[in-house]
Ligand binder design. Structure first.
Ligand code: SF4
Length: 288
């Protein structure tokens, strides 16, 4: 779903409304779009969300709309695909960088927004990484497309913990207070001199992928806290990784864990079955 300026809300169908549309009407429509999108994703991916996760996601959409309505209503170009083709890796491979941003043009000023699902503190603590990526997009927009650009910023969609707690408590006054305090828009300075360095860093990753270098980070990295958060690499990144149960670093992390959900995994990781089960597994593997 995309939300465009002039109060146009767009999904499979487009609803063009007058400026008189009420907030409640929009939130009702957002709820309907949310259900439609979930149903489509369930059909496409073959699995659905638990009621708790579904409700959390719905609240995130609604809070995001309430907080950023002033930007959503002014967005003039949604999901603009930016492409930097024919780049060369350090080892000579050709690759293309692509990104998607939103653009607001208002009163002669043009602002580029990059939407991220990370939380505000994590982005602020690692601002250089976001700055590099957005600077590449700004370079494409300004220099290759010849478009004006006055500001760049990241929008964080993840709700702050205090706001989540207020929602869980159902306390409308606290929700309003926490919404007011939330600052999901982080301005990013445009540093054109960093663009070449960023393209080279992307190229190094392309070379690693092409050469099959997929070694995970070591155990210490998984155990360390991520800058700007109270969470470790494992709890913030690995828990969302589909390959974690076959990842040697994550297994080592689970074996060493004295708390958290990983503590329970040990018994499964170490359960190789009895002799009969192991023999059956071996025979099955030989005959397949
Ligand atoms: S579990 Fe996934 S994210 Fe974590 S180290 Fe392994 S591959 Fe990387």
């Amino acid at each position: 779903m995309t939300i465009q300026t002039d109060m146009t809300i767009q999904t499979d169908m487009t609803i063009q409304t007058a400026m008189t549309i009420q907030t409640d009407d929009i939130e009702q429509r957002l709820n309907e779009f949310f259900e439609e999108n979930l149903a489509a994703l369930a059909l496409e991916m073959g699995h659905s969300l638990s009621p708790e996760v579904r409700e959390t996601a719905r609240q995130q959409v609604l809070m995001y709309w309430r907080k950023l309505r002033h930007i959503a209503e002014r967005i003039t170009d949604t999901e603009v695909r930016l492409s930097l083709p024919q780049q060369r890796t350090p080892k000579g491979r050709i690759f293309t960088i692509e990104g998607i941003v939103d653009i607001v043009r208002k009163d002669e000023r043009v602002v580029m927004y990059d939407i991220k699902t990370h939380d505000t503190a994590a982005i602020k603590a690692n601002i250089e990484e976001y700055e590099r990526q957005l600077n590449v997009y700004a370079h494409i927009w300004q220099n290759l497309r010849g478009q004006r650009l006055d500001e760049t910023a990241v929008i964080c969609t993840q709700l702050p913990e205090t706001l989540k707690q207020a929602i869980a408590a159902g306390d409308e006054r606290r929700i309003a207070y926490e919404l007011e305090r939330w600052e999901p828009v982080i301005p990013i300075p445009f540093e054109p001199e960093h663009v070449a360095e960023t393209v080279r860093a992307f190229g190094e990753v392309v070379d690693q992928i092409e050469e099959g270098c997929f070694a995970p980070p070591d155990l210490a990295t998984l155990q360390n806290r991520l800058a700007g958060t109270t969470r470790t690499f494992a709890s913030e990144i690995c828990r969302r990784c589909d390959t974690r149960f076959s990842c040697s670093s994550y297994r080592a992390y689970a074996h060493a864990a004295s708390q958290g959900v990983e503590r329970r995994f040990r018994e499964y990781f170490d359960d190789f079955g009895d002799d009969t089960e192991q023999a059956e597994h071996l025979v099955t593997g030989l005959t397949d």
